[in-house]
Design a protein around this ligand. Sequence first.
Ligand code: NAG
Ligand code: NAG
Ligand code: NAG
Ligand code: NAG
Length: 574
Amino acid sequence: MAISSACFFFFLCSLFLSHGVLELEASHHVDQNLQVSSTTPSKYQPYRTSYHFQPPKNWINDPNGPMVYRGIYHLMYQYNPKGAVWGHIVWAHSTSTDLVNWTPHDPAIYPSQPSDINGCWSGSTTIMPWGTPVILYTGINPQNQQVQNLAMPKNLSDPYLIEWVKLPNNPLMAPSSLNQINASSFRDPTTAWLGPDGTWRVLIGSKTDRRGLAILYRSKDFITWIKSQQPLHSAKDTGMWECPDFFPVLINSKLGVDTSTLGPDVKHVLKVSLDDTKYEYYTIGTYNPDKDIYVPDHGSVESDLGLRYDYGKFYASKTFFDSLKNRRILWGWLNESSIPADDIKKGWAGVQAIPRTIWLDKSGKQLVQWPIAEIEKLRGQQVHLPQQVLKGGLSLEVSGVTAAQADVVISFKVSDLGKAEVLDPSWTNPQALCSKKSASVKGSLGPFGLLVLASKGLQEYTAVFYRIFKGQNKYVVLMCSDQSRSSLNNNNDKTSYGAFLDVDPVHEELSLRSLIDHSIVESFGGGGKAVIAARVYPTLAIDGKANLHVFNNGTENVKITSMSAWSMKKAQIS
Ligand SMILES: *[C@@H]1O[C@H](CO)[C@@H](O)[C@H](O)[C@H]1NC(C)=O
Ligand SMILES: *[C@@H]1O[C@H](CO)[C@@H](O)[C@H](O)[C@H]1NC(C)=O
Ligand SMILES: *[C@@H]1O[C@H](CO)[C@@H](O)[C@H](O)[C@H]1NC(C)=O
Ligand SMILES: *[C@@H]1O[C@H](CO)[C@@H](O)[C@H](O)[C@H]1NC(C)=O
């Protein structure tokens, strides 16, 4: 440890002191060409968000290298400075002191050396034991191979870390005939972790044939990386693993821990983004640092039919350890559900989900997520409904809230569970079940929940709701986000999303929180045990013309035990 940090320090010092090295970075200036956008966003912008992160215009995708450094949060992300479709990717950069309001800076990383001249793709930050952040990211070289590069802050006294310098000896990891890595399937380094043996480890997403791989590299000094014979983990028939994320979670605690934490009170999580299906999945399991292997817990499903952070659209996600508040925070990209022509017209595409605190559920069998507490600062005017029974077939309009920009929290209690419909054993796919039983299909216990972004005559609405079924030996709760009536514009993808929620409706209330932000409906079921993010584009239910309802389209009564809705203020983002 002492040796490796000294080495690294020496390396850093030589980089900062030796003008010779810095001159290799002479081309490291902002390319004016990249600052000019070819698109002129339309003036009419009903779908721009008010408190979800998005730049003023253009395409964004994966969150990159999130971290906190000297009390300032950094979000970098894949960005096309030239338009509203993917291309010309650089690392755009914003900072914040509260994860809510953001200040934009010049791009942190952009093509400037052979090892990234054809693109600067995703990567992660690692905080050295002495506090210095270092980025590992994927570069596309002149042969269009995917290679891994290192960048570090130019001036550690600058808390905003505006300028980044790249190692002249990049790339540090590259495909070759010896290591049998597929040069088109080798990307997205994780945050590295330091083992008790003083060796760093990092994962790179890959595949061989249809087997997804988390390739493991080791290094004593963070510069010379050696590929391990075996991957940390792999799974057959999953295809390319993009954006792997590997981190410890505490048993029986909501607190987060540093990525290098080991011990009897932690489990490990491996998340991968499946390039083939564009969905993510994660497993909870055990990491053996001696053998450097990860073994998912017995019964883990290794495909996107298994556990997901989000059962709607949410991709290329990444966590970081927030050492200021001892929590782990998850960022994820929500892409558009509109057609590229509409994205070009509006001049932008892609937003980031609300940062979510993430921890291991008491059961140890799944993770739980909740919007970071800071977002509640934006809550303005509050509307509250008294406890009441909502009869089958009835709905209730909630007025006094800016329904296109709101935070809604509601809890339900069902007394007569005996009336639950029987769950057909073939209904194993919650998303398919939500499409089959949309909000307009009457049941007995459900559908009940929220109609958000609803137009006056209900020509448009997005329905977020529950249904309760009688399963083999327990009740099964289905959570749905039904976009089928979300917009009169039929060019949009209006797929319904669904998840089974691990709560016991006999003893627990069914809670639901939806963050509504013009074209985003991000819903947290069961206190964050299942999350569904959706993108919608109402044509009537816009701004002041959007409404909020609580509805019960089942035959049985449900009790609303509590309900609050807040108008949300606009965050300072762009
Ligand atoms: C480094 O950043 C600090 C704080 O912003 C600034 O005062 C100083 O001038 C910077 N040093 C250089 C060499 O740019
Ligand atoms: C390498 O990955 C690319 C991209 O998925 C794929 O088209 C190609 O067939 C792979 N090559 C080999 C040898 O597996
Ligand atoms: C983005 O959205 C479209 C349509 O809604 C979907 O088909 C696509 O695969 C999505 N995901 C990614 C990661 O591109
Ligand atoms: C409730 O059910 C009725 C009858 O099936 C249907 O017409 C109505 O659209 C449903 N409400 C919602 C919100 O889907």
